[in-house]
Design a protein. Structure first.
Length: 113
């Protein structure tokens, strides 16, 4: 919540005002989600341990969805001021790619076969 307030202040003129930001463990395909009607944001706990500029990007992305629902040009304009948007998107695409190729996103015990 504290970081969400800082990011909203820095990049969205404080216009995005979530009432709740929480970690969730059951989002398998999404890094984050937002419900504008309730002003709630959920972040995948798979983000924990990733670089701060990646987590900030996902949080700012979801904060922006409190203002613009879709991914049209006006949405991406909200993210233009954040300096690591392209890098963070590429990082997350890389994680998704590696995971889809069987490289685990999280450490798991080795399996003998
Ligand atoms: Zn989005």
């Amino acid at each position: 919540m504290r970081r969400a307030g800082e990011l909203s202040h820095s990049y969205l003129s404080g216009k995005a005002r979530p009432v709740s930001v929480r970690w969730v463990g059951n989002q398998n395909s999404r890094w984050g989600s937002a419900t504008p009607a309730e002003r709630t944001i959920r972040l995948s706990d798979k983000l924990q341990g990733m670089p701060a500029w990646v987590v900030d990007y996902v949080l700012l992305h979801e904060l922006s969805h409190l203002l613009v629902a879709g991914h049209d040009a006006s949405f991406w304009r909200l993210l233009e001021a954040y300096p690591d948007t392209d890098r963070a998107k590429a990082f997350l695409e890389g994680v998704s790619y590696a995971t889809s190729r069987g490289m685990p996103a999280e450490e798991s015990p080795p399996v003998e076969d």
